[in-house]
Every structure is written in C-alpha cells, then in structure tokens.
Design a protein around this ligand. Sequence first.
Ligand code: S3P
Length: 448
Amino acid sequence: MSSHGDPIQMQSKASGPLQGTAHVPGDKSISHRSLILGALSVGETTIKGLLEGQDVLDTAKAMQAFGAQVERDDDGTWHVNGVGVGGFAEPDQVIDCGNSGTGVRLIMGAMATSPISATFTGDASLNKRPMARVTDPLALFGCQTVGRSEGRLPMTLVGADDPVPVNYTVPVPSAQVKSAVLFAGLNAPGQTIVIEKEATRDHTERMFAGFGAEITTEETNEGRVITLTGQPELTPQHIEVPRDPSSAAFPVCAALIVPGSDVLVPNIGLNPTRAGLYFTLRDMGADLTFENEREEGGEPVADLRARFSPDLVGIEVPAHRAASMIDEYPVLSVVASFAKGETHMPGVKELRVKESDRIAAMADGLRAAGVTIDDGPDWWTVHGLGHGNVRGGMTAATHLDHRIAMSFLVMGMATQQPVTLDDGGPIATSFPIFETLMGDMGAHIERL
Ligand code: S3P
C-alpha cells in the first residue's frame, strides 16, 4: 500500500541511452532542518529550493501545529515566521509525520524541552521504527514519553518543565539521534554535549551555527565532541537548499548501467559526511567525474557527470564509509549486480531499521531477479553478474520505502526483462519528480 492512497504498480524496462541534465530536488535533510530552525527563530526565514516531498510537507504542517506561520509563495519560496527557542505552542491535533523518521525524531527533540505535550504518529512503516533511540536521551532532559511496546509510535511526549542540559554519547551512528539531542539542547540552560564515535551527516551542526547558536565540534580520541550552548536567540536566515546527493544517486547509477548513457547532475553537495557513494562508485571503476568543483554556503559542491560504465568491478566497501552513504546502499546493490565480482558491504546494521529493512527488501528482489546475495545481521554481499547478464522479470515489493522503489526502477532500465514494482507511491516522499525527470532522459517507466 502507498502511504497516502491506493498502490501504484509501476514497471521499468530496457531504456536509453539516458541523456541530458537531471535537476534533482532539494536536500531532504536540509529541508527538514530549515523548517524547524525557521520555526525556532524569531522573525521570517525564507527558504528557496525546499524539497516539496511528502516527508518535508509533513514537517511544514507540524511546524504550523506548534505555532509557526509557514507559507509558500507562488514562485516556490517558503516563508517561516518562527516563535523562537522555547516558544512552541501546544498542538491541538495529533502530529502525523507520515513516512518520515527524520521529521518525527527531530521534531520530538525540538519540543522535548518545552512545557507542552504532543502526540506523534506516522504511516505503517514509521510506526514500526524504533523510537527509544531518541526518547532515551530525551528523557535525560526531563521529558516523559508514553508509546506502544518497544517504544514505537503512536507516542505522546510530555516536554520538560524545567529542562537540564545533557551529556550524551550516541550509541548508534545516527544523525537523527544526534540531532534530536541537539534540538532539545537548544532550550536547555547551559551546555549540552553530544559525542559521536563515528561521524554522521553534520547538517544540524552547520545550520545551528548559521542560525547564530554557539556550537563547536572537536575531534578527540573519544570521537566527535559537539558542544552546544543552550537558549540562544536564533536569527532568521535566507536559505538556498542545495540539491540532494541521495536523490542524485538514482540518475547517476542509472547512467552507469544503461548502455550509451551520458548524464549531467548539476549542483550536488559533496559534503564528506554525505558523499560516500560517489567515491565508492569511482572505486568500482565508474566513469563518474566531478565537474566545476566549488564551494557554496560553506559546503563543497560539484556537477556530477556519469557515463555508461560496462566494466564495473565489485569491491569491499569500507565499513567506515557506511554513515556517509547509508541511504545509498539499495541503489549501490543494483549497480553491484551489473559489476563483475563480489561487492561486500560490512558495517551496515542501520539498514535494518530504515523505512524498511533495506537489506531484506533488496535481497528479496535481487534474488528474484537472478542475483545471488549473501547477508548477515550487519553485512551483505552482492555477487555481480556483469553488464548485460542480469535477468530481472520479477515483481519487487516496496515495503513503503521510496528508496527501494527507485532502486528497482533503476535496475529495470538495464535488465533483460522488465522489473515491476508493487507500489511506486512512496517515491513521492522524497523525489516527487522522479518519473518525469528519468523519463525525459530516456528511461522507460510506466504505471500499470
Ligand atoms: C537523516 C539521517 C539518516 C538518514 C535519513 C536522514 C537526517 O538517518 O538515513 O534519511 O536527515 O538526519 P539516521 O540518522 O537514523 O542514520
């Protein structure tokens, strides 16, 4: 089932060559954070290039429910009139975050240190995902939560009347957990310290600083120590959201496996905490170049150029790279199926608790397409068949997971037989223009 309606069966088949320029939408992580930080500032934040996917629209609605004014111009600029740190009003309705783990976890953090209560829910995928990883550290600030068994949504959070600052070492590599704690720390007096052993995406730290919070990061033997001084007055910003490297992965990977392709994907952020896929693809022998490399808003940016690469080879993907490409393993496993030899992906336990169990979802579909997969709790291996040798011809289950859906549609563009998807509806959560953008470049995707 799609999250917001009837299932949309889709199919992709041998395509191409893919050619042209793919302007992918705005970064999902930065879009969520822009809306929440705008809501926590006093005055008007403007946002250009916001991802208008369902996940982010749900966060915009939530910020309205907490008292911020959020409006979209006819020209696509978003205006957020915030209520200030500690200024959230108590919502008079349940907050439905749809499919978005990032949305719900960051918003829970942002309200946990205010003296208000709110009830959160989501779709069938989100309501299965672990929330204790967030509610455990938030309890240290003095808030309380009542949810379903194993800390799942729906859940009511009673914010702390008198929050205390927290010193917390994040036990799993998760930017969402780190960020939930930092958002809560905004309204706690004194210094909140978060330590992460493995670096995860650092958009929260960069954006807090951009909005005027006092926040420092120090690399130590224990890991990255992030120190936030609470109760700042955040100043509204004008934000240009960069394009999403996780969405760019789909046209890039499609171009690598579809014969004759040559695709340009401009303005992609190559923040080292996000860009692991692109280095991995180059290690596999992909014809992928970074053109026009530059800095924008303090972030490295380039235009990605991907061309058909018939001689890809399987590799050992370094475990230390996992956090920097965690959302890209599904589509990487597709590329690995078209490479010669094994691609081993260790250190990826987190893939089991995403919008779906992404190892299981990809392994099932890839096996049905004729690819051999081995997997364990925190690793998997794709036995690549080489270009031209992947059969396809199966129906893959999406499990309410946008990235599983897009990965299998990319796969079908280069398999011997078409690939069918039980439900392409979830694609709208992160990449609503996927079908038209890929179709305009020469991909054969249709709704059945
Ligand atoms: C995100 C962090 C990642 C990622 C998600 C977006 C974020 O999740 O998978 O799509 O914006 O902070 P985890 O932090 O749980 O690994």
